[in-house]
Design a protein around this ligand. Sequence first.
Ligand code: ZN
Length: 103
Amino acid sequence: MCRNGPLKPPPVRKICQHCKKSSINRPRALCWSCYYTPGVKDLYPSTSMYARRGYGFGLTGGRPMPRRSTTAKPGTPEKIAVLMKRAKRGEQLWHPEDAEEVE
Ligand SMILES: [Zn+2]
């Protein structure tokens, strides 16, 4: 006779869908470090229906991606100028390949 009871499903662990190591503490089922790794969160579209509202600064609201990334460092006048051009064109303000602050 089979003495094994029904197999219990493993406990649900909320693990980052990208690195599959850290626990989820950012939106899109990502851990902190993956979420803030350039480009990673773009691989995982938001599942929240509330994330599609396009008001305010920095939200993507269906705007097209900027045609070019910029090498201007964040906070520099060059970068501000790039952001202003993007805003004028109705593009997203942030490009995943924009230069990042080096830590
Ligand atoms: Zn992760």
